[in-house]
Structures are given as structure tokens and as C-alpha cells.
Design a protein around this ligand. Structure first.
Ligand SMILES: [Zn+2]
Length: 479
């Protein structure tokens, strides 16, 4: 606790909140640093909420809130230690995350199926869509000795375009496996709106379906906060490598490819990882053909045109609309709304029209190289030259760290570049000290004394001692 409060005193962007019980012992604790807060504001549209770890010294539920960044890698938004797994505890955690994110609220939340957490989401985020973690769902199925059920279940999860298709596939599945009427099957079906793509089409999930497999922190890391900080920092190091590649490496775009212009335009704006998703959609376009388009009726806007597209293998039909005035597109498959990338049907229209750029209305900011640009703004842009408050100093420190980290990461790869950078920094340090007249004591704010907080009560119950839950899925009842 002293470590976290110390970090907050040295850096105002570090967020810590806690509550105490009637004996002044630690009750609930939430923390995140400046980078996690910025990541949450840039990528917190989808929030995965995991409470499966209870391996710390106090055996309390340890909550890690995660999401996916523009490089399609897992990022930690915040961590919490709570006294129990009751709704009010999860309500408190969600409220702290929103407070740390200056009011930003997720569009969708992924959980392991805990009922108390589901109630908390309803209370704090009534507009958000709740999705159940696919990994937990599969474990629940395998727990009923139904390994063969899994592949058919995956068809119901993500291969059904409409609710009617889903109902047909579900009926076939339970008939084939002779599990009709079983309680766990009924519970699974009752929670279908929280896992079936056909029911969730159009709600943004950004491709995040699971919690644990994406987190993948070893148990010993989660039992020690310091190791957790190191593990998060290691992931950030990997992320800085991705950032470096986004700027300095351009993906190969083959000559003669019918999407060459669109691929070059996409590679200029999307991160490498996002570009690969877009490229895959372009490739899958080859299975689709534009059959015809509806010309606008007389007197109606001429730049909104509806296209009818057909899958040449399955004969399935799709409808895409191109709005040239607003430079946007819509497709009935709702893939753009669900994952944030233009779909193969849109690319069929772009090819048909000979477009050289993806319409800006189809490009989602959170997948771009500049996704975080708004959160790494230079503090001097806001005319704060004369402002030497603790907050402005912290903002300058964060901005300089953001600028310097990539060059440090590159320089340490060889002894020569390391020595060269060290010498340059040495000269710069002398120059800066001279300009300040030797006064480097810029942090003028008084240090607050650390509050006396008792250790939390140790939980004696055996529940949830390991990463694996006894009952991984407790789906909510029917609608
Ligand atoms: Zn589509």
C-alpha cells in the first residue's frame, strides 16, 4: 500500500483508491498508472473483467481489467483487490475504472459468467453489452464430458448469420448429442444472447472473446504485486517494439494485386497487426461478386447507392450501401460495427467501383497507428509555458518518457549505440542543469504523509484458491 501511495505522490497520473473496514483495515483497493489510464481511454471500448485469481497473501479476489490495443495485444487497464465477490464490490471496481478514465465507459464487458459481476455491469453500465468468456464456456462444456459437443457449439457461436440459422444449428447440435433437457444445456441456451454472434451482431467486441488465454500471466506473478508490475512493463516493452515497427516497417504489397492501391492506403494508416486483418478481408473478397446496384430514385440523393452481393460458394446474399457524401459504407453483416474493420463485402464494392482508398467512415481510430496520439499530447501545446505546477511537470515527464522510450529500447540492442546514447544524455543533462542554474528540485509540492492502513483480513475460506474455478460458468437465467 505504501508502495502504491508513494508512486501516486511521485506521479499524479498514478491512480490509487481504497476503502477501509470498521477496524481501519484495507477493504478494497484499485490502482492503475498513467499509461494504463491512457490505454483505457484509447482502447477501453471492450473491457474484460477477470476475478479468477486468489493467490495473493490475503487470499482475496484479485481483479485484473484488460483490453486489446491497436497492435491487437492485451493491455492491462487496472488492478483491484476486493474483499469479496459481491455485486457492491464489483460496482466499486467498475466505478474506480471509470473515474480513472475520466468518465470513459466501455461499450462491452466480457466476464467469466459470475452473477454478481453481471448485476454490477447492469447497475454501472446499463447501456453496455455483456459477453461471456468463450474459454470459460468451453471449459464448462468439457466439464460435462462433452468434448465432441465443442465443435458444433463453435458453429453456433460464430458461424450463424441470423437468429433463425442459430436456432436450426442449436437444435441439430443437441439432437445429435442427445443432451436435450439437460440442465447445463438449458442454462447455456438461456445465456445465448451473451455468447452467440447471431444475437450480438453489431455490438463492438474488437475480436476479444476470451479473458484468461489472452492474459496468460503466470500464477506466481499474480501473487506478487512487484512481479506483476514487472510483467506489465515487459508487455509494454513488446508493445514499444510493435510501435517501432509500425513507424519504420512497411508491409509488402505485391505488384499486380487488384487491391494494391487500397492496401498501400491501408498500410499507411493501420498498425501492422490491424493491416493483416484488413488484408485478410480483402483476400476473402474473391468469394463474392457484386450482382447489381439500386440506382437512387428520382429526387433522392444520387450519392447513396445500394449494392447486392452474392457469395459464389454458398449463394448467400448481402447488401452494402455506399454513402459518397459522408464517405462511409454500411453492410448488413455488421462486421464493421462488431470488430471495427471493413468487411469483405465492402471490399467487393470498393473493387467494383475502382476505389483507391478506404472511405474514412469505415476506418475506426482505435486500430490506427495514431490511436494513442490524443493521449500523448505535448503539454506545451496548451500554452502552459509559465505553468510549473506539479500536474504540468507530471504531464511533461510523461510526454518526454513517451518520446524517449523507443530510442532507449533501440539503443540498448548494441554496446556502441548504448554508449553513444549514454554520452549524449550525459551532455544533455549538463546543458539542462546549466540552464536551470543548478536547480533541479522542480517538484515543489509537499509530500503527503502515508496514511496508516492496517493489513486486510486474511480470507480463510477455501473457495477459489487456485486459478481454476470449481464452477466456471454460472450463466444468468432466461430472458
Ligand atoms: Zn459485410
Amino acid at each position: 500500500m505504501a508502495y502504491l501511495l508513494g508512486k501516486q505522490q511521485n506521479n499524479p497520473s498514478f491512480f490509487v483508491e481504497y476503502t477501509q473496514d470498521e477496524h481501519e483495515r484495507l477493504d478494497k483497493l484499485f490502482w492503475c498508472d498513467g499509461q494504463s489510464r491512457n490505454d483505457y481511454k484509447a482502447f477501453g471500448h471492450v473491457l474484460a473483467f477477470d476475478t479468477t485469481y486468489k493467490c495473493n497473501a490475503y487470499r482475496k479476489p484479485f481483479v485484473v481489467l484488460v483490453g486489446v490495443n491497436h497492435n491487437r495485444k492485451t493491455v492491462v487497464f487496472g488492478c483491484a483487490l476486493i474483499v469479496d465477490e459481491k455485486t457492491e464490490s464489483f460496482v466499486w471496481v467498475l466505478n474506480q475504472m471509470i473515474k480513472a478514465g475520466e468518465g470513459f465507459k466501455p461499450l462491452t464487458v466480457i466476464t467469466d459468467g459470475d452473477r454478481a459481476m453481471a448485476c454490477a455491469i447492469k447497475e454501472v453500465l446499463p447501456e453496455a453489452r455483456h459477453r461471456l468468456c468463450l474459454w470459460h464456456l468451453m471449459r464448462n462444456i468439457q466439464g460435462h464430458g462433452q468434448n465432441g459437443f465443442s465443435s458444433g457449439f463453435m458453429t453456433c457461436v460464430n458461424k450463424c448469420h441470423t437468429i433463425e440459422d442459430f436456432e436450426v444449428a442449436w437444435k441439430e447440435l443437441i439432437t445429435h448429442h442427445k443432451v436435450e433437457g439437460e440442465k447445463w444445456v438449458e442454462e447455456l441456451y438461456d445465456s445465448r444472447e451473451k455468447w452467440s454472434e447471431a444475437h450480438m451482431r453489431g455490438y463492438f467486441f474488437g475480436g476479444l472473446y476470451e479473458i484468461i488465454t489472452r492474459m496468460n500471466f503466470p500464477i506466481d506473478v499474480l501473487s506478487n504485486f512487484f512481479l506483476l508490475f514487472l510483467a506489465i512493463e515487459q508487455r509494454r516493452f513488446d508493445d514499444r517494439e510493435d510501435e517501432y515497427k509500425n513507424i519504420h516497417e512497411f508491409p509488402h504489397v505485391p505488384k499486380g494485386d487488384c487491391f494494391r492501391d487500397l492496401q498501400i492506403a491501408a498500410a499507411n494508416v493501420y498498425t501492422k497487426a490491424s493491416f493483416m486483418v484488413v488484408k485478410r478481408e480483402m483476400k476473402r473478397e474473391s468469394n463474392y461478386v457484386v450482382m447489381n446496384c439500386d440506382q437512387p430514385e428520382k429526387g433522392k440523393k444520387k450519392d447513396i447507392v445500394t449494392y447486392h452481393i452474392r457469395d459464389v460458394r454458398t449463394k448467400a446474399k448481402f447488401v452494402a450501401v455506399h454513402d459518397d457524401t459522408h464517405k462511409s459504407m454500411y453492410c448488413c453483416c455488421l462486421k464493421l460495427e462488431s470488430i471495427g474493420y471493413p468487411c469483405r463485402h465492402m471490399f467487393a464494392v470498393m473493387k467494383y467501383k475502382g476505389m483507391k482508398e478506404i472511405p474514412p467512415g469505415c476506418i475506426v481510430q482505435r486500430w490506427l497507428k495514431l490511436a494513442k496520439a490524443n493521449y500523448a499530447k505535448d503539454p506545451t501545446d496548451e500554452n502552459k509555458e509559465d505553468d510549473n505546477s506539479r500536474e504540468t511537470i507530471a504531464a511533461r515527464r510523461a510526454h518526454l518518457s513517451y518520446i524517449l522510450k523507443p530510442i532507449i529500447d533501440i539503443a540498448v540492442r548494441s554496446a556502441d549505440t548504448y554508449t553513444e546514447l549514454k554520452e549524449m544524455f550525459g551532455k544533455l543533462t549538463l546543458s539542462v542543469k546549466e540552464k536551470l542554474g543548478g536547480g533541479c528540485n522542480s517538484d515543489t509540492k509537499e509530500k503527503k504523509p502515508l496514511l496508516g492502513i492496517g493489513n486486510p483480513e486474511v480470507v480463510t475460506s477455501q473457495k477459489g484458491l487456485s486459478k481454476k474455478r470449481k464452477t466456471p460458468l454460472k450463466p444468468k437465467g432466461g430472458r
